[in-house]
Every structure is written in C-alpha cells, then in structure tokens.
Ligand binder design. Sequence first.
Ligand SMILES: CC(C)(COP(=O)(O)OP(=O)(O)OC[C@H]1O[C@@H](n2cnc3c(N)ncnc32)[C@H](O)[C@@H]1OP(=O)(O)O)[C@@H](O)C(=O)NCCC(=O)NCCS
Length: 298
Amino acid sequence: MNVSLLDAPPVAPSPIGVREAVDADWVECGRICYEAFARLADRHGFPHDFPTVEAASLPIRWMINHPGFYGIVAEQDGRVLGSLFMDERGAIDAIGPISVDPAAQNAGVGRLLTSTAIERWRASGKPGVRLVQIAYHNRSLGLYTKLGMDAKESFAAMYGEPIRARLPGYDVRPGTPDDEAACNALCLRVHGHTRAGEVHEAVASGDLRVVERLGRITGYTTKINYFAHSVAETNDDLAALIAAAEELATPGYLVPLTNGELLRWSLDHGMRVFFVVNLMALGMYQEPEGAYMPSVGY
Ligand SMILES: CC(C)(COP(=O)(O)OP(=O)(O)OC[C@H]1O[C@@H](n2cnc3c(N)ncnc32)[C@H](O)[C@@H]1OP(=O)(O)O)[C@@H](O)C(=O)NCCC(=O)NCCS
C-alpha cells in the first residue's frame, strides 16, 4: 500500500509560550515592531511612528540590554510572534512598545504578552503600571481596557522645527547631578512619585535641562521628545523648555489635550499634531498637580 504524505494527519502547532527577551531577539523583534506599527498606521492613513526598521530595532536592542527594562517574547515552535517591553526604572512600571507580527495578530498573542507583564508588575508590589496607547487603534484600546487599565488623559504628539528661543526670566540650562534632588522633589509634588532613575540617566547622557526662575528650579525635562518626560510648576516653564530645545523629532512631545494653553502655544509656534494617544493606568494614579508632559511610557 502506498502512503502519501498527504494522508498524514496534520501536526497541531505547539502552544504559544512566553520567555524573557535576549540579545539575539533584537533583529526579529525590531522587524516585527516596525511592521506592526507601520501596517497599523498605513491602514489608518497616518505617518509611521518608526520611520525605518532600524528606528524600531535600535531602541529594542537598547531595552533588551538595559538592566532597568524587562523584555517578554511570545513564540511558537521557535518562531517569534511578538514582544513587549517593561520600563522598570521607576516607582511606576511602564509597558511598551508591544507589537505582534501582523500575520499573528488578533489571535490572543497581545493578550498573552500584556497579561504576563501585568502579572509581573503585580508580583513586584509596585503601586502602579501604565502605558500610552495610540488612540486610533481600537483593538489595543479594547484589549487594555479588558485587562483592567483605565484611560486617564489624552495627548497630542506635537512636532515641528525647533523654536530655539529664550523666554525672558526663564533660564534654561543643562542639568547637573546637583539638580537631581530638586527635579525629583518637583516630580513628587506634581505626580506623587519620582522618576529618579530617568532623571539620573538624563544627567549622564547630557539630556537633562532645567528651567530656573530667580535661581530656583521650576521645571525640568529629560529631553523634549516622545521618549522622555517633563515636569514643571507652570505652562510658561514648560514653554521655556520646549523653546530652548535644539532638536525636535516625530512623533513629538506629548501635550495633554486638557492643557489648551500649551497646545495653543505650540500651534502658534508652528507645531503640528502627529497623532493623539491615551495614557492608561492600573493601580495608583494621582491627578497631576502642575504642568507636565509624559513620555511614551507614562
Ligand atoms: C495591539 C496588539 C499588540 C494586540 O495584539 P493582538 O495579538 O493583535 O491582540 P489579541 O488578539 O491578543 O487581543 C485583541 C483583543 O482586542 C479585542 N478587540 C479587537 N478589536 C476590537 C475593537 N475594535 N474594539 C474592542 N476590542 C477589540 C479582541 O476581541 C481581543 O480581546 P479578547 O482577548 O478578550 O478576545 C497588536 O495588534 C499590534 O501589534 N498592533 C500594532 C502595534 C500597536 O498598536 N501596539 C500597541 C501600542 S500601545
């Protein structure tokens, strides 16, 4: 009797598993991250968040090798299906980016990755976990809401040519190690928690900028862009920090939609809206008591 391969019963795929990301994953995770975000943007007629595969891959490699981040990879039969990164540098954990191979989307991989991250956050005992979600992505909004996260605020990502101006009375200068305590105290006052790890790294990389009025620090930024955060006493302090930025890149700095004053100031200075994103939180969240711009994490 002839037995054809076509007669053999189909081999069921193995279950999808998760594991910690390692350096060897960065190329495939970077490709998937680029394609997942690019396809989504194309479908909605938006510009790409990551302009090239390299722009998505290099931050992923950096996060995999940074001791303050934790990466989770989903795979099946040795094939990477998607990844998620957690920023664990601060009192609040941040989730993102999360990306699933377009060929494997809408089949539970994103849920597996996100619920694994939430379980890790719960086990850590930290007070809160947050993420920033692209507002036009209905699926991620549905997924994160089902997993218990609540939308807290929406933001316009603003981009354009650097303003390169000084606001009289608002002195912007590079931050030093001596400024860290004042920056952390300001963040604590506005948000109820510090982001000391990021402030420390921004001093080391030369990115920290502080604004002073009458010799007192009234605001800081770890850089005016999508990946960094800013905290200040007033909108004018934030405006001084934005105006002093030497470079501005897309997707841009995040202005709360409820902060019409800073949004109008940005528009009046030639900025344009890239897209709108939502901050979602689980656990501790304090309404900010001051002016602020979040990073893509929170
Ligand atoms: C967002 C993303 C990570 C989700 O991963 P995924 O594997 O496609 O999603 P899953 O199949 O695990 O979960 C989708 C959930 O959303 C639900 N959903 C899908 N479309 C929805 C809609 N229009 N409204 C509400 N819920 C919706 C599904 O029913 C499912 O819920 P369930 O788990 O209770 O059944 C993935 O789609 C992706 O990579 N997108 C592009 C990049 C991106 O936007 N990343 C997130 C940035 S914050």
